[in-house]
Design a protein around this ligand. Structure first.
Ligand SMILES: Nc1ncnc2c1ncn2[C@@H]1O[C@H](COP(=O)(O)OP(=O)(O)O)[C@@H](O)[C@H]1O
Ligand SMILES: [Mg+2]
Length: 261
């Protein structure tokens, strides 16, 4: 068997981060999650599918000549080359496929090639993490349809919770079952209006993972300016041990669970 055939057999797992509203911590924590895969010595790709205002490359201070737009365009036109011609290396474990620099290119991404992009990525990487915005548009529905798992971010916010309930019923009506709910307590650490019990009742669903208030960082802006991934700090596992354990659990669940897809 040729090396290229062996590569095609490798099957990584894909997960998208979705939410009912923006600003719930998806982008911040997809980077943290990628850092955990690095610590587990797994190769990880972050695809920035927040096509109109993606922040992954910006956060990491990476300049990217190519984006999801170029890859999609080349796939549709039969001029796709090597996967790594479109990605940028962050370090030895993490690569990124950026959102278009020019938001006008976002309109031109053909949703029909989303599954091809994700499948190609899964043949190269152990984990493929897809950042998204919160619209239930054609692009996001294609992502949701193609991934192994969906991580639904929720916060302790009444409007968010009411929204989640109706979104989850849409998921149910579409037969989407491969999702987990993550309660992010680090986004608004001063908001704790509802108890866990009340939140579960409002959304009519179990909460599978929680990130704690400890993960709230007063100097987040400084880290963003530096482009530093919080979970890669060598003190992270000790200082934020609950969140470290949660991320490791999320990672092992994704890698080991027999997915529905
Ligand atoms: N743990 C945290 N500590 C401090 N600020 C945070 C934290 N997580 C997110 N933020 C801030 O909240 C805002 C929204 O987070 P972001 O990850 O961009 O959300 P989303 O991707 O869901 O829109 C950003 O300004 C981000 O810096
Ligand atoms: Mg975001």
């Amino acid at each position: 068997m040729k090396v290229c055939d062996i590569m095609k057999l490798k099957k990584g797992k894909s997960m998208c981060f979705f939410s009912a509203k923006g600003g719930v911590g998806k982008t911040t924590n997809i980077l943290n999650f990628a850092g955990i895969f690095e610590q587990l010595e797994k190769k990880v790709l972050i695809i920035d599918m927040d096509l109109y205002s993606g922040g992954i490359a910006l956060y990491l201070n990476k300049s990217c000549d190519k984006s999801v737009y170029n890859m999609a365009f080349d796939i549709m036109n039969g001029s796709f080359t090597e996967f790594n011609n479109y990605t940028v290396k962050v370090d030895n474990y993490i690569d990124i496929l950026a959102a278009p620099k020019d938001p006008r290119d976002a309109n031109k991404v053909d949703a029909r090639c989303i599954k091809t992009i994700i499948d190609k990525a899964c043949s190269i990487y152990d984990a493929v993490l897809i950042d998204m915005n919160h619209a239930l548009d054609e692009i996001n529905l294609s992502v949701i349809d193609a991934v192994n798992e969906i991580m639904f971010f929720i916060t302790n916010d009444p409007l968010d919770l009411k929204n989640i309930r109706s979104l989850l019923s849409i998921f149910d009506s579409l037969g989407i079952k491969n999702y987990s709910l993550l309660l992010n307590n680090s986004r608004d650490p001063f908001k704790s209006y509802f108890s866990l019990y009340e939140m579960r009742k409002i959304i009519n669903h179990d909460i599978n993972y929680s990130l704690s208030v400890d993960l709230f960082l007063k100097d987040m802006e400084k880290l963003i300016m530096k482009g530093a991934i919080v979970s890669l700090d060598r003190k992270f596992a000790d200082v934020m041990s609950d969140d470290y354990k949660t991320f490791v659990l999320m990672a092992t669940d994704l890698l080991e669970r027999d997915s529905l897809k």
